[in-house]
Design a binder for this molecule. Structure first.
Ligand code: C2E
Ligand code: MG
Ligand code: MG
Ligand code: MG
Length: 283
């Protein structure tokens, strides 16, 4: 088919490939510069309990490039392929610990947990636990307020090593949540060996939960698994009161999703938790 297109067809194809390679190289260069210049920020998405009270947040990284915000789906995969995720991940961890430190100073914020996403390369790099220990110590934070979000894929990459690292993190007091739960290949067999604190039900099971019987069956099973393993369970991607009501009925009491708030810059997040600043007249 390509041959029939003749020289022009081939040239067109080559040009397309070349454009793709150039665009990728441009983006990699831009990403390196962004890391050097710290052109990232963390946005915070609220997590609530069954009474609608704020219990914590998930930190989600954003890249501010040429005045616009880029979402992690657009650059985290490239950061992972190029190894730049290690530097980016270190920055995210430092920033998150600094934020927890700041929240310690405010009675309205000091009980909040903060969840940080960790990528495979970051988790499996030698010295990751020491990096976490260092960040916790440097910022003098309560390690129990820091939650690391790992995916099943990260753990399955090397279960033996993962269990050891997770145990070391848990021994420090840091909590571990299994993100996007249900999309991987979890079996109770290995789940019971993991020193987890929480299962996070993937949003793909929440989307059609109210109408889809199989999603209801899966979510029910996940909640039962969590209960039998003594783990907390949180649902992500909760967008409607109907979804929330059904989750509560099924026994899930922690929620994250647009129903409660989108990921927002820190000032907006703090205002969401604390309520609007008091209307004290200024001098
Ligand atoms: P994730 O950890 O599963 O994060 C949840 C994603 O769902 C976020 O997308 C969040 O904005 C979105 N979300 C939250 N509530 C709702 C909802 O009610 N409806 C819908 N449709 N979506 C909702 P985001 O911020 O674009 O992040 C995408 C992914 O990028 C994350 O998935 C995570 O895997 C990765 N990521 C984000 N920040 C970091 C980071 O600092 N380090 C690493 N390694 N990965 C990160
Ligand atoms: Mg996450
Ligand atoms: Mg998730
Ligand atoms: Mg996800």
């Amino acid at each position: 088919q390509a041959k029939q297109g003749g020289r022009n067809g081939m040239r067109f194809f080559d040009q397309g490939m070349q454009d793709h390679i150039n665009a990728r190289a441009d983006m990699e260069r831009a990403l390196r510069i962004a890391i050097d210049l710290h052109q990232f920020e963390l946005h915070y998405q609220i997590q609530v309990d069954q009474h609608g009270r704020a219990r914590g947040a998930e930190a989600l990284v954003r890249w501010r490039a040429d005045g616009k915000m880029m979402s992690p789906a657009q650059f985290v995969p490239l950061a992972e392929e190029t190894g730049l995720i290690l530097q980016l991940g270190s920055w995210v961890l430092e920033e998150a610990c600094a934020r927890l430190r700041a929240w310690q100073e405010d009675p309205g914020l000091r009980a909040l947990t903060l969840a940080v996403n960790v990528s495979a390369a970051q988790f499996h790099q030698p010295g990751f636990c020491e990096q976490v220990r260092g960040a916790v110590a440097r910022h003098a934070i309560d390690p129990r307020l820091l939650k690391l979000e790992l995916t099943e894929g990260i753990v399955l990459k090397n279960v033996e090593v993962a269990v050891q690292s997770m145990a070391a993190l848990r021994a420090m007091g840091v909590r571990i949540s299994l993100d996007d739960f249900g999309t991987g290949y979890s079996s109770l067999q290995y789940l019971k060996r993991l020193p987890l604190s929480q299962l996070k039900i993937d949003q793909s099971f929440i989307r059609d939960l109210v109408n889809d019987r199989s999603d209801q069956a899966i979510v029910t099973t996940i909640i039962a698994m969590a209960r039998s393993l003594g783990l907390d369970v949180i649902a992500e991607g909760v967008e409607t009161p109907e979804q929330r009501a059904l989750l509560q009925k099924l026994g899930c009491f922690h929620y994250q999703g647009y129903l409660y708030g989108r990921p927002v810059a820190v000032a907006d997040f703090e205002q969401l938790v604390l309520g609007p600043p008091s209307a004290t007249p200024r001098a």
